[in-house]
Design a protein around this ligand. Sequence first.
Ligand code: PBG
Ligand code: ZN
Length: 357
Amino acid sequence: MHDPQPQPQRSSSSPQPLDLSMKVMDVDGSVSLFPSPRLRRLRRSNAIRHMLKESRIDLESLVYPVFVQDGIRGKEPIQSMPGLSRLPLSMLVDEVRDLIDLGIRAILLFGIPSRKDEYASSAYDDSGIVQRAVSALRKEFNSDDLTIVTDVCTCQYTSHGHCGMLKGNRIDNDSTLDILAKIAVSHANAGADIVAPSAMMDGQVKAIRDALDDHGFKDTLIMSYSAKYSSSLYTPFRSAADSAPRFGDRMSYQLYYANAREAMREIEQDILEGADIVMVKPAIAYLDIIRLARDRFKHPLAAYSVSGEYALVKAASLQGLIDEDAVIMELLTCIRRAGADIIITYFAKQVAEITNK
Ligand code: PBG
Ligand code: ZN
């Protein structure tokens, strides 16, 4: 039996597997050499260059992360990520309406709760910050106009700041699965289109898929942070979301940056567990991982250009060292060229402003 699950549309400019094995041959089979082929012909005018562009950024494939914080009155600028703010729930709908007007159709919601405990109970509370935020947005915007993606993890909600439950000083895999499943179900129940587990626990996709199906959320997609590396580029995010681990680090669950084959195993497992979309994170220093995943798997592929990537560009730009708009477009286009269908980026709003100019 064929169960038609809704799949996200692949855009027409969706990156295809690369085949660099072809030889430069003339029709008679001889190898073609200068002066007959002049590759500069392909770059001779602006119009030709644009016509022959292989990778493009379309706004529909961008996802903009949004931070919503419980218990604040106004916007709070994020020091570690210049230009971005944490929002109170009361300002969220207007902010998202502005995004939609600019052409951004998808957000990734992060919640900052007012209460943390050892078990992340505020993460699956039906009146938690993300649940209320999703309901408020869903009242205003339907799924055709706005795709709501929610981050499913515990680190903003646990007193210890880890992405799972503690057993002694270790992060316990299996007891975390239930919690992640509860969080995902509560997000789906509030109206999320896509839940995005980022805890890097083994079996999290299966646990979430089973729980969603059991609760009647068969059409809720899972975008798994499949190949999520333990990266020093997350530091600005952790101060923005107050989610830094209070002891130790995340090396026992997130991938080691030296490894590529292991990332393919992570993605493969998530696909077998039922992920609809898989993700590589970070993006810019991990373009090889994106390319490997694109060539190996048919699933839609997301790349998350993380807070540290954003901060590096902003810092250089604030010092007047680079042309910010040009650098943003180059970096994001290169992530597409590497093979990402979807890009999660803090620059999404700026890209819309640049391309709408
Ligand atoms: C939480 C989470 C993190 C990010 C997304 N979800 C931080 C972490 O794993 O410590 C990083 C996002 C960024 O740096 O932009 N699991
Ligand atoms: Zn986490």
